[in-house]
Design a protein. Structure first.
Length: 238
């Protein structure tokens, strides 16, 4: 069972929770059972859920509040403070329990922020790479350059992939517990992993859940779910 956080559908429908079904398909096709947790869940309830699941998926969404890394709100920043509170609590619980964590897009960013890193709040348009693509998300628009000694390189059996992109924020300073393992051709952080090789923590700035027909991206979800299954097995022996 893998906890998945739900954010509000901002700015258009703030009373509606949202989650792209591609996350559900990616998890279930790898053998997982997604368990949704919603904003408004307090810390005690979040901890209760985290103690009963085997992994945490942090999906895409709006922007983390910059107060967590000591900045004022940029005019282009869109914030869901209840989601921030939920995910900060869920990440703390996952860290305490040692469970696997996968962060996608915003999920990569809030993971970095929760562990002590910072973000670039807004990428101005017109750079060498369009990080907010106009094409459908199953289209690949820029390079992912992967470190050869990373989990992503082992899973994809590649040092260079083409990926999609739909973000206007990016990691500025990585948290001490994370290391950068993937960058775009304009040298922005596109992937991080746990600095401790024994921990399964991966954050990606792109959207692999939209590319699971490709082996390299399917392998990321398969490995995540397999790691969650191993974690579940160890809980019975603790």
């Amino acid at each position: 069972m893998i906890a998945v956080t739900l954010g509000r559908d901002l700015p258009d429908r703030p009373s509606v929770f949202r989650l792209a079904d591609s996350y559900v398909r990616a998890l279930t096709s790898s053998g997982a059972i997604p368990v949704a947790i919603m904003p408004g869940t307090d810390d005690a309830a979040t901890r209760y859920v985290m103690e009963r699941v085997d992994g945490l998926l942090l999906p895409g969404g709006v922007d983390p509040h910059p107060r967590y890394f000591g900045e004022d709100v940029h005019p282009e920043t869109v914030i869901d403070e209840d989601l921030d509170a939920l995910e900060m609590s869920a990440i703390a619980g996952a860290a305490d329990l040692g469970m696997p964590v996968l962060g996608v897009c915003r999920g990569c960013q809030i993971l970095n922020v929760a562990l002590g890193g910072s973000l670039v709040q807004h990428l101005e348009p017109g750079g060498p790479v369009n990080h907010r693509q106009d094409l459908p998300l199953d289209s690949e628009v820029h390079e992912l350059r992967i470190d050869g000694d990373s989990r992503l390189a082992r899973l994809s059996d590649a040092r260079l992939l083409r990926v999609n992109s739909l973000h206007h924020q990016v990691i500025a300073t990585p948290a001490e517990e994370l290391r950068v393992v993937g960058t775009s051709e304009d040298d922005l952080v596109e992937a991080v992993e746990a600095a401790d090789p024994d921990r399964w923590i991966v954050g990606v700035q792109y959207h692999p859940e939209e590319l699971i027909e490709q082996r390299a991206h399917r392998a990321l979800f398969d490995d995540f779910v397999a790691s969650c299954a191993r974690f579940a097995a160890t809980k019975g022996t603790q």
